[in-house]
Design a binder for this molecule. Structure first.
Ligand code: URA
Length: 209
């Protein structure tokens, strides 16, 4: 089963509380999500491969380690996932960014793919699927399916807040995918919102509604 990591550093929990607060305005919401994404990226990249390189310090010749190039791909699910991309790119500017667009079919309520654009070397990269809210798990599973159908094998899922229901769905469908979240909330309500959650992540991020 995929590992579930709750990135519960005090700074992340502090910022997440302000993100949840309904009185936080759009500008602050966006900035806080960006900052939490940067902090979470630290945990997500804990296992990226390093490459030994020579380095001349003012004192001596030594061998240091640098992160191997061409290793990461960020795959935000449109549209709310976009809000976490820049925060990760601040730490890993060489990451490439692909996009997956999904909408919920009004009759079946199943996610339907309307846009996919991946880096040409996506199959060689460790891909991080990004969606702030892991609610039912439907969108996350559909996005991961899309990547696997195109030959991608190294996939992680990064979310701000997850419902236990969504975690269970992803872990069952994709046991090879590790999940990183900032908080595991109580449950989903009858409308599919995470409780206590933060409301509609896309609307709060982009000031719509
Ligand atoms: N998507 C959101 O934006 N919020 C939720 O609570 C659940 C899904």
């Amino acid at each position: 089963m995929g590992k579930l990591t709750v990135c519960d550093h005090p700074l992340i929990q502090h910022k997440l509380t302000h993100i949840r607060d309904k009185s936080t305005n759009t500008k602050d919401f966006r900035e806080l999500v960006d900052e939490v994404a940067t902090l979470m990226a630290y945990e997500l990249t804990r296992d990226v491969p390093l490459q030994a390189v020579p380095v001349s310090t003012p004192v001596t010749e030594a061998v240091g380690n640098v992160v191997s190039g061409r290793m990461l791909g960020l795959i935000p699910i449109l549209r709310a996932g976009l809000g976490m991309v820049d925060g990760i790119l601040k730490l890993i500017p060489s990451a490439k960014v692909g996009h997956i667009g999904l909408f919920r079919h009004p009759d079946t309520l199943e996610p339907v793919e309307y846009y996919v654009n991946l880096p040409s070397d996506a199959t060689e990269r460790m891909l991080i699927v990004i969606d702030p809210m892991l609610a039912t798990g439907g969108s996350a599973c559909a996005a991961i399916d899309t990547l696997k159908q195109r030959g991608c094998v190294q996939i992680k899922l990064m979310c701000l807040i997850a419902a236990p229901e969504g975690v269970a769905v992803v872990q069952k469908a994709h046991p090879d995918v590790d999940i990183y979240i900032a908080a595991l909330d109580e449950r989903l309500d009858e409308h599919g919102y995470i409780v206590p959650g933060l409301g509609d992540a896309g609307d709060r991020m982009f000031g719509t509604k």
